[in-house]
Design a protein around this ligand. Structure first.
Ligand code: F6P
Length: 544
């Protein structure tokens, strides 16, 4: 049985579907202003979406029916909202500068968070100013983060996004993939005497990270001896025992806690590579930007709440228009890795089909597939599909108004492109317009007939536009937190646990079974295809 709010939205869909955004803009001169919010140096224009006031009201009704306001409070106040793992979800506490306590099981977690932040500050400053040196007395100029998933994507994306803030003599490298190439390529570039390895793993059990870390440790020990490990290896983890067993002194460990999910961990010790690259003060600015978004998400009325509005519009497309994908397209070279980071955040959080009440979801869709890339590059790859594919893809465009690299007219051209793409997606071009253009260009009627459909655009394709004053650490923190909260809001409405990730386990289990078989062990029961593939790989490798 559908709820009142869902029934209301189904009615709204029947009423509204078919209305175009062009019609909406023509009917309401103030639509853009009405559906634009400004927050801390960021403009969020959501007017180019398929809704009117009535649709929006029905969406806010849906949020209220799911007690969104109290569910937001549950997260901030440390309630164990990750129910399948019985954990609180407190990445927001990592950026809580209010001085107020945050408790889990009656214990205030803030003193520990502050202690680790202070340790990160002290260590990052010591490495950057050269007082913490390598074993042979050289400055540690190469930072190599070894991690995967949340222990890689966040620090990687942020360090790339803030490259303009890097210290001149620092280089950052990231090893994530178990593919030996990842290790080989980095180790081929760095001098062991000047290299600091950061082993980043929440659980310290992840096979990729531990294998890569062992390889790097052996490489370092071979070059500088066992005693050098203390100067060249630190660990970021919740698992002190495993860190010690691996062979890293726990004094060289920066802790975090179970209430920080992997994909929400860049704000924790997992952000050490960020602090080393851009300096602790800039890392703190990143946290402060996120804190500003946290306050907004926690206190703004739903109708003015940026992550909530993003989430509801996404649900409108996902569950009523049946559009199960969206694209995030930053027009900023520094944000090139943002879509890859957001893929984990969104798809590992909301790619679920079991509800909080332990029932299988059969009658609605949850998390959409996310893809993206940097504009204008991607205009020359997948934008054809965005403009003329059979199904629309809602887009989030992100651009700073002022670039860190104002060279000639580059940034004006970039800005013109992003604005034009959003306009083109919405406005489209009718067949008549396309035909008239062809005739104006002197084409004969045969050519006009042949090309007019191909040169027309349906339009009515939605997008959000985010304009940042500039891409600062603060602005980046805000943007990341905004997506985190959008994802949580959608999870609340889909009634799923956005903070577990059981879906990654089966593949890991099977890989552990197949590994010894590839090495010559007895084959376990497999389907015919997998068995044949194992055999084939074994034979090729034996022959080499
Ligand atoms: O891919 C599954 C996952 O558990 C992610 O959620 C996590 O970010 C990643 O593996 C790495 O885990 P860890 O930090 O424990 O090595």
């Amino acid at each position: 049985m559908v709820s009142n709010a869902v029934a209301g939205l189904m009615d709204e869909y029947k009423r509204f579907n078919g209305t175009t955004m062009n019609e909406l803009f023509a009917a309401e001169a103030g639509r853009a202003e009405k559906y634009t919010l400004n927050f801390e140096g960021m403009t969020f224009d959501y007017s180019k979406n398929r809704f009117d006031d009535k649709v929006l009201a029905a969406l806010f009704e849906l949020a209220r029916e799911h007690n969104l306001e109290s569910r937001i409070e549950d997260m901030f106040s440390g309630k164990k909202i990750n129910i399948t793992e019985n954990r609180a979800v407190l990445h927001t506490a990592l950026r809580n500068f209010s001085g107020k306590p945050v408790t889990v099981d009656g214990v205030d977690v803030m003193p520990e968070i502050r202690r680790v932040l202070a340790k990160m500050k002290e260590f990052s400053e010591a490495v950057r100013n050269g007082s913490f040196k390598g074993a042979t007395g050289k400055k540690l100029k190469n930072i190599v983060n070894i991690g995967i998933g949340g222990s890689d994507l966040g620090p990687y994306m942020v360090t790339q996004a803030l490259k303009k803030y890097w210290a001149e003599d620092v280089q950052c490298y990231f090893i994530s993939n178990i593919d030996g190439t990842a290790c080989a390529e980095v180790l081929g570039q760095v001098d062991p005497e000047e290299t600091l390895f950061i082993v980043a793993s929440k659980t310290f059990t992840t096979i990729e990270t531990l294998t890569n870390a062992r390889t790097c440790r052996e490489w370092l020990v071979k070059a500088l001896g066992e005693a050098a490990v203390a100067n060249h290896f630190v660990a970021l983890s919740t698992n002190a025992k495993a860190v010690a067993e691996f062979g890293i002194d726990v004094n060289n460990m920066f802790e975090f806690w179970d209430f920080v999910g992997g994909r929400y961990s860049l704000w924790s010790a997992i952000g050490l590579s960020i602090a080393l690259a851009v300096g602790y003060d800039n890392f703190e600015q990143l946290l402060k930007g996120a804190e500003a978004m946290d306050k907004h998400f926690r206190t703004a009325p739903l109708e003015q709440n940026i992550p909530v509005i993003m989430a509801l519009i996404g649900i409108w497309y996902n569950d009523y228009y049946n559009i199960h994908r969206y694209a995030v397209i930053p027009y900023d070279q520094y944000l090139k890795s943002l879509p890859a980071y957001l893929q984990q955040l969104d798809m590992e959080s909301n790619g679920k089909s079991v509800r909080l009440d332990n029932k299988k979801i059969t009658d609605y869709a949850t998390g959409p597939a996310l893809f993206g890339g940097a504009g204008t590059d991607v205009q020359h790859s997948f934008f054809q599909l965005l403009h003329q594919g059979t199904e629309p893809v809602p887009v989030d465009f992100i651009i700073p108004a002022v670039s860190h690299n104002e060279i000639g007219k580059h940034h004006e051209i970039l800005l013109a492109n992003v604005l034009a793409q959003a306009e083109a997606l919405m406005r489209g071009k009718t067949v008549e317009e396309a035909a008239a253009e062809l005739r104006n260009a002197g084409k004969d009627e045969v050519t006009v007939e042949k090309l007019k459909l191909n040169k027309s655009f349906d339009g009515n394709r939605p997008s959000n536009m985010f304009i940042l004053d500039k891409l600062t650490p603060f602005a980046l923190g805000m943007i990341i937190a905004m997506y985190e909260h959008k994802v949580y809001t959608q999870g609340v409405i889909w009634e799923i646990d956005s903070f577990d990730q059981w879906g990654v386990e089966l593949g890991k289990q099977l890989a552990l079974k197949i590994l010894p078989e590839l090495e010559g062990g007895v084959a376990a029961a497999h389907d015919g295809s997998t068995r044949a593939l194992i055999e084939r790989v074994r034979k090729i490798r034996e022959a080499c």
